[in-house]
Design a protein around this ligand. Structure first.
Ligand code: ADP
Length: 537
């Protein structure tokens, strides 16, 4: 009820046709009062003064009633306006003639003539009006016969006011032209836009809706003008819209796209994405909001499918990890037994078996050792996702010292040099970071044929993260292999060439990614490798 009332007021102020209704009403009442109580001097000829005013008043009243009660006539309000102006001005010219340019009527004519000009648009009607009035005035002058001083005064004033009116109207038409042109451009843009474009007033009601609403939601723009879009928002999405848009249209988040559902005319809900842009209204006082809405049903479908798939993938990954964990864990026990018995065999029958049998025992032993390493790696790989991350402040110098102590055998055996540069303190999980460092350092030594294998560990602050670099002077990796070596079991050498399980780098990648960083590598064959990884601060 109240909304309808506001709507009416808003329309009244903005709408030409409603302004015309008010003008007709004022003219009908004004001229009616003139007819009844005016200074009705006797005129030359049979027509009486008050009759003319009464006729003007009657015509204005008829037009007012037509517009007020017959909406079909509203399309012609402009033509009614022109007709009334012709009648008023011609009536005034008759008064001029019959009073011999009485001062009061002279100025009344000039005022009505000038003001009524403002009713015209830039059309032929205005020209006809101008010509007719002037021809009539000349005729009246010729017929009036008496060239009295008031006649001269009238013409002097009339010419000046006509000239002023001409200049002012030219100026107005110029502005109107520019306005129409720019309005045409924006209207074309808004009306032909594939997206739905709306303008919301300060109360959140829709003032403009582009015709694309028909395609998107099945409504005609008129169905929703004056309503709040909130009325057709899905109940579950209402809190989001309420908090972001209605409470504070200038909230910065309103400029980011918001995804929600709107009710289609057929009752179904459509996923849309909307950007709200607060606009300053020309008066600077009230704020209006422009919204641009896009159909995202297809994207939403893909997103849901993708979410479903990634959930499935997560599930199957978790299953696989549990499987790898359980099987590698359970296999360790029988494997330990095999190794123990093989060692027993070797010790007990040392020197009693022929060379070939001893060789076989050796093969079985090293196979079992390889398998043990593989199971250990598989266990660490499968534990990464499930293990809890315990972050603490870590002094990298101490962490590297610990890694070197734990692996001093391999380092000494190769005569390798491990150097550190600018190591800092980080906040991370000590065990996981140690595992990464250990894998990278040992790889730097293992895949290295230099006389003195060298690994340099450094780190650098890159804003939101710390970037680590583990660089070696080893054999290097061809660019085409650099991506794949992070995949589990992907190796570039046979076990006979260089032993390994093919899990070290994939463990590093999994740890770094679990902690929110990423790992990459720069290398050329024969020129060493530089592994870079980041950890968020
Ligand atoms: P593993 O060392 O157990 O074989 P990784 O996952 O650690 O498994 O490494 C995968 C492959 O990447 C290795 O087989 C090796 O060919 C290559 N690689 C890893 N680190 C280096 C390095 N620093 N220099 C050259 N090649 C490397």
């Amino acid at each position: 009820m109240l909304t309808k009332f506001y709507q009416r007021i808003a329309r009244f102020v903005n709408h030409d046709e409603l302004t015309a209704r008010v003008l007709f009403f004022i003219v009908s009442v004004g001229f009616g009062l003139f007819a009844l109580y005016g200074d009705n001097k006797p005129l030359i000829g049979p027509i009486r003064h008050e009759w003319i005013n009464a006729f003007d008043s009657f015509v204005a009243l008829v037009f007012f009633l037509l517009l007020q009660f017959f909406p079909a006539t509203r399309k012609h309000y402009q033509q009614f306006g022109y007709a009334l102006i012709y009648i008023l001005n011609i009536g005034n010219i008759y008064l001029l003639y019959t009073t011999r340019f009485d001062v009061q009527y002279s100025y009344q004519f000039i005022v009505v003539f000038c003001i009524s000009g403002w009713f015209f648009r830039k059309e032929a009607a205005y020209l006809y009006f101008f010509v007719i009035i002037n021809v009539l005035l000349i005729l009246v002058l010729l017929l009036a016969q008496k060239n009295s001083p008031p006649t001269f005064d009238f013409y002097a004033t009339y010419l000046i006011s006509a000239f002023a009116q001409f200049i002012l109207l030219r100026y107005r038409f110029n502005i109107e032209d520019k306005l129409t042109e720019s309005e045409r451009k924006y209207r074309l843009l808004a009306e032909n836009s594939f997206d739905l474009i709306c303008i919301h007033n300060a109360k959140g009601e829709l003032e403009f809706i582009s015709p694309s609403i028909k395609r998107l939601l099945g409504y005609e723009p008129e169905d929703l003008i004056g309503h709040r879009p909130y009325e057709i928002v899905h109940n579950e999405d209402k809190p989001l819209i309420r908090s972001l848009v209605l409470n504070d249209p200038n909230h910065p988040s309103t400029q980011n796209p918001i995804q929600f559902r709107l009710r289609h005319k057929d009752g179904t809900y459509v996923w849309v994405e909307t950007v709200f842009v607060p606009l300053e209204s020309p008066d600077g006082a009230s704020s209006v909001v422009l919204s641009q809405t896009r159909d995202i049903r297809k994207n939403k479908e893909y997103q849901l499918q993708l979410e479903e798939r990634s959930k499935e993938l997560e599930r199957s990954n978790a299953d696989l990890e549990t499987f790898a964990f359980v099987s590698s864990h359970d296999m360790q026990e029988p494997l330990r037994m095999i190794t123990n018995y093989m060692q027993l065999l070797r010790r007990k029958y040392a020197g009693k078996l022929d060379k070939e049998a001893e060789e076989y025992i050796e093969y079985a032993n090293s196979g079992a050792a390889n398998l043990q390493q593989l199971l250990r790696d598989l266990l660490s790989y499968s534990r990464i996702t499930s293990s809890e991350i315990k972050c603490e402040e870590i002094d990298l110098n101490r962490l590297i010292a610990d890694v070197l102590r734990n692996n001093q055998l391999e380092i000494k055996e190769k005569g390798a040099k491990i150097l550190t540069e600018n190591l800092c303190t980080v906040y991370s999980d000590r065990n996981l970071l140690m595992l990464v460092m250990q894998n990278l350092i040992l790889n730097g030594i293992k895949y290295n044929h230099a006389e003195v294998p060298q690994v340099v560990i450094s780190c650098k602050d890159i804003g939101t993260a710390v970037e680590f670099c583990v660089a070696d002077n080893g054999i290097g990796i061809k660019p085409e292999h650099q991506k794949r070596i992070f995949e589990p079991f992907h190796r570039l050498h046979t076990k006979a060439e260089i032993p390994g399980t093919g899990l070290g780098l994939s463990i590093c990648k999994k740890i770094v990614e679990r902690m929110g960083g990423n790992i990459r590598l720069e290398s050329e064959i024969g020129k060493g490798a530089r592994f870079y990884f980041t950890l968020p601060k």
